[in-house]
Design a protein around this ligand. Structure first.
Ligand SMILES: [Zn+2]
Ligand SMILES: [Zn+2]
Length: 654
């Protein structure tokens, strides 16, 4: 039929519509609710404005806010709304670019005066006004020379620069929203009314195109959501994240510091932080031994040649510190522990009877990171990996992967995390040339990873083409107390290093075979894991981890002796660790009880024991819990049993 086209939706149904019908018109006809929720369409796999006419028969899908691609379009449109509002209020600004980000958007402007927080409020109000006017995002094609002249007349120098660089055809698309005309490929949401909820969050400076010496742009950052509720939830999370910031809590609780005079990205563990780290590491070392790993230590600097053999000089050099030279030999601070463990494996001929060899080390590594990306404990230059390398025979692979996965979940659950996302990264079967190793080895490794996850009943996402060139892997992300995901554990096959180092073992047939190598780290970096723990618990650590577990608070000098006796008894309690008894702070300062309670609360100490005359006479303590408040008087022995139970179970609360 002339004048009509056929549009096929994801459910397989086709609809005959007049040529030039827009996706929005079709959606309204099919399901007005969908039309209201849809943000953008996808036409033959390409994002497409809901208001852009369809001229040919096509496959078509409607994308809503649960689709990350649609949210990118939504945030890109939000950036346009911001630019349109700024142009209304400050017609002389010069426009830079305004892309979406993972959690929002920004737009950058050149303007002599700095934007102030009051300006942001004004801009937000103007955005709301433009939203309420429900202005369309109108797509127009303009001849290239005319478009350029338009921007020249407006003195939009940066837009002119972008047009000259990027437009290559006789015409290009612009999107018009109110006074704002953007040289932009789109697509966009149909109109400003869709951007129901938004908030401007910050202003920062950035060089045009990120190049030093270029003009200083002012970036206005914001976020936006299709509903008020989602925006409120996000802002709440942001506020919680600020409250839990490990850099702030690390200072307040005196856990760690970074000293500029010593160097950026290098961590000083203060006594309380170091104690917690020791508790964490002791748990881990105990698990290593219980799970058949052998503990090793390897040097922090190794000859540079070794990093040539390993390939790091070829593909990892940008993350390595410059070499140290003596007269004859160059040394390299290690960015990874693998070559060290390989040298131990190679120190004698291995028989199949020894396999699997599981070498574990809390191995400190140094990686060069640009100063701008360093961030507290989360992004540093020196850190300790809870690293292990497993060398095994091919038929042992599946057991090893299961052991590693089980260990990974135990290492996270013990520290109070119970929500995970698991990703299985495999080859792109269409690009075999991109991967090291034999195809049948890959089949076996991928099969082992897959069947482990299936047998353990763990939900996972299969990421095709996400494997690194040297092997497939399982990654475990945890979800913290405020819903943020953190990538931690990795179980990674390696078909590359065994080849490069020519690793062998004597198999049952008497011949030399190549072992399979698995890299695995469960916390990833001890520093980063500690940072995540601080934020997850907002500094209120579980009893077994807390640097001070009990504060003993005498109400007056008359009971100091009793309080001392209580503290001594607690310090002598057997905790089943090498670290001695319970960790106790006796607050015998000459302060009012209220002040002592307040300070112990600020230190986030799990229990406070108030000792007065009454308690002394009865041989009891009045227990205050950080989490539950006043628990009343308790015989000291009963309180000790309570503590021992918390240690035994490593309870995440209190
Ligand atoms: Zn744009
Ligand atoms: Zn490794």
């Amino acid at each position: 039929m002339a004048g009509t086209i056929r549009v096929t939706l994801p459910d397989g149904k086709s609809h005959e519509v007049p040529r030039g019908t827009t996706p929005l018109e079709l959606a309204r006809r099919l399901d007005p609710k969908l039309a209201a929720r849809a943000l953008v369409a996808k036409r033959n796999g390409e994002l497409w404005d809901l208001t852009r006419p369809l001229e040919e028969s096509t496959a078509l899908a409607f994308l809503t806010a649960d689709d990350p691609e649609a949210m990118f379009v939504f945030r890109h449109s939000s950036a346009h709304l911001l630019a349109a509002a700024v142009l209304e209020l400050y017609p002389d600004v010069k426009l830079g670019v305004g892309p979406p980000t993972d959690t929002g958007f920004f737009y950058e402007f050149l303007r002599a005066e700095p934007f102030t927080p009051e300006d942001l409020e004004k801009i937000e109000r103007k955005m709301a006004e433009l939203r309420d006017r429900d202005l369309p995002y109108e797509r127009r094609m303009v001849p290239s020379d005319e478009g350029l002249k338009f921007y020249e007349r407006q003195h939009q120098d940066f837009k002119c620069e972008l047009v000259r660089e990027k437009s290559d055809g006789p015409e290009f698309s612009v999107y018009v929203t109110g006074k704002f005309v953007d040289f932009c490929r789109g697509p966009h949401v149909p109109s400003t009314g869709r951007i129901k909820a938004f908030k401007l969050l910050a202003i920062s400076g950035a060089y045009w195109k990120g190049i030093e010496g270029n003009p200083q742009m002012q970036r206005i950052y914001g976020t936006s959501f299709p509903t008020r509720e989602e925006l409120d939830a996000f802002l709440h999370q942001l506020e919680e994240a600020r409250r839990r910031d490990h850099r702030k809590l690390g200072r307040e609780l005196d856990l760690f510091s970074i000293q500029e005079e010593a160097g950026a990205g290098l961590i000083f563990w203060h006594p309380k932080g170091a104690l917690m780290r020791t508790v964490m590491e002791d748990w881990l070392r105990g698990e290593y031994l219980a799970r058949g790993y052998q503990l090793v230590f390897t040097p922090h600097v190794l000859r540079r040649n070794l990093w040539k053999t390993s390939g790091h000089l070829d593909y990892y050099q940008q993350n390595m510190f410059p070499p140290m030279e003596d007269e004859h030999v160059a040394y390299q601070l290690k960015p990874m522990n693998c070559p060290g463990h390989i040298l131990i494996y190679q120190s004698h001929r291995r028989s199949y009877r020894e396999l699997p060899v599981r070498l574990a080390e809390l191995g400190t590594v140094y990686r060069y990171e640009r100063g701008g990306v360093l961030h507290g404990l989360l992004r540093v230059r020196g850190f300790t990996v809870d690293d292990a390398h497993i060398f095994c025979a091919p038929n042992q692979v599946e057991d090893e992967v299961r052991g590693c996965t089980d260990f990974a979940l135990a290492a996270l659950r013990t520290f109070g995390f119970d929500r995970f996302e698991i990703e299985l990264s495999v080859r792109d079967p269409a690009r075999p040339q991109d991967y090291a190793g034999k195809s049948e080895d890959w089949d076996q490794a991928e099969g082992a990873l897959l069947s482990t996850l299936e047998k353990m009943g763990l939900p996972y996402k299969r990421m095709i083409g996400e494997a690194v060139f040297y092997g497939p892997k399982i990654d475990v992300k945890l979800i913290d107390a405020i819903g943020r995901p953190w990538q931690l554990s990795t179980i990674q096959f390696d078909f590359n290093l065994p080849e490069r180092f020519e690793l062998t073992y004597v198999a049952e047939d008497g011949a030399l075979h190549r072992p399979v190598m698995v890299h695995r780290a469960l916390w990833g970096s001890v520093e980063r894991f500690f940072g995540i723990l601080i934020e997850h618990y907002a500094g209120a650590f579980p009893f077994w981890l807390a640097p001070v577990q009990v504060a003993v608070l005498p109400v007056s000098e008359k009971v100091t002796e009793y309080a001392q006796a209580v503290a001594e008894k607690l310090r002598g309690v057997s905790t089943g660790t090498a670290l001695g008894g319970l960790r106790v702070w006796l607050d015998d300062r000459n302060e009012k009880l209220q002040a002592k309670i307040r300070d112990a609360q600020l230190e986030k100490i799990p229990y406070m024991l108030v000792c007065g005359q009454k308690e002394r006479e009865a041989g009891t303590v009045s227990v205050r819990s950080r989490a539950e408040g006043d628990l009343g008087a308790e015989p000291l022995d009963a309180f000790i049993r309570r503590c021992q139970e918390l240690l035994r179970t490593r309870a995440p609360k209190p």
